[in-house]
Ligand binder design. Structure first.
Ligand code: SF4
Ligand code: FES
Length: 295
């Protein structure tokens, strides 16, 4: 009977640590079985969530040896006998305790999705749905809400410490957004010297300036050409590539707190001048404590 060391995260919202548990595995066991065995024999207070033990309910998501997995579907024969295996809660969501995270935000969002509104029935009084519409929705019905996809999403997940390497490892960064309020990822990529292809949106142009390449939203052919052109340049023209990367980091350096403070000050000055020009009798705006408190 092989024995494994499971390094299991123990802790709560304010922090925690990994604790080692030596545990025997029998043939056919999965990681969830070993966690249950630990609960039964060594740590009855270890919190973990599961329901079906069949890969159907999605509640046993965890990071096993750093990879997002369902505990009930991760067979122990994937590992070498004697191996140390880490078991941690999924990192995207706040920890409640040990391996249990608070995924309730997903249900809040689900409630915001408008319910299906049926069109009026056909002349014969029957409702009909096109097969292609059924096929389109069918795939989404297969989701078991394990939220592991969100666990690996680099936007949601806290990858602060890996971010520079993550960007620098990319040949280029593509941001095919439809809407953007600012475009922080564009700035991050440029700061790391990674050329950017972004949607042609005012917010992204403001951030990327001349240093990024822009494509019309949804114009797939344009996107393919732009990315291919960048990759060709990287392959064939080292000097142009170096200049492009340097332009990116220079553009990113323009976004700093002193510069931000200057810009905000200018905006307020312009606004005050505009107000004063409209109404010469207007008194200068003075924020007293009472006004700040909203009194
Ligand atoms: S779509 Fe995401 S939440 Fe749904 S089953 Fe796949 S990984 Fe899990
Ligand atoms: S316990 Fe249901 S998917 Fe793992």
């Amino acid at each position: 009977m092989p024995t494994f060391t499971l390094k299991v995260f123990r802790g709560g919202p304010t922090g925690g640590t990994f604790r080692d548990y030596r545990v025997d595995a029998e043939e056919g066991m999965v990681v969830l079985d070993l966690v249950h065995r630990i609960q039964a024999t060594q740590a009855p207070d270890l919190a973990c969530r599961w329901n079906c033990k069949a890969g159907k309910c999605g509640s046993c998501s965890a990071e096993i040896d750093g990879k997002p997995r369902l505990m009930c579907m991760t067979r122990m024969d994937l590992f070498q006998p004697g191996q140390t295996i880490s078991v941690a809660p999924i990192r995207t969501f706040p920890i409640i305790r040990d391996l249990v995270t608070d995924v309730s935000y997903n249900y809040v969002k689900a409630r915001q999705i408008p319910p299906l509104r049926l069109k009026p029935p056909d002349a014969d009084g029957r409702y009909r749905m096109m097969q292609e519409d059924i096929d389109r929705a069918q795939e989404f019905h297969k989701c078991i809400e394990c939220f592991l996809c969100q666990d690996v999403c680099h936007v949601i997940r806290d990858h602060e410490e890996h971010k520079p390497a993550f960007y620098r490892g990319a040949a280029c960064a593509a941001f095919p957004s439809r809407y953007e309020g600012f475009g922080l990822p564009v700035l991050e990529a440029l700061a790391c010297g990674t050329p950017v292809v972004a949607s042609d949106l005012p917010a992204l142009r403001e951030v990327g300036g001349q240093a990024a390449t822009y494509c019309p939203v949804g114009d797939v052919a344009h996107w393919i050409n732009s990315v291919a052109e960048l990759l060709r340049e990287r392959e064939n023209d080292g000097e142009a590539w170096r200049v492009r990367r340097a332009a990116g980091t220079a553009q990113a350096r323009r976004f700093n707190w002193p510069e931000h403070a200057h810009r905000m000050t200018d905006v307020y000055r312009e606004l005050l001048a505009e107000i004063a020009a409209r109404d010469e009798t207007a008194r200068p705006l003075v924020f007293t404590d009472a006004k700040r408190r909203g009194a």
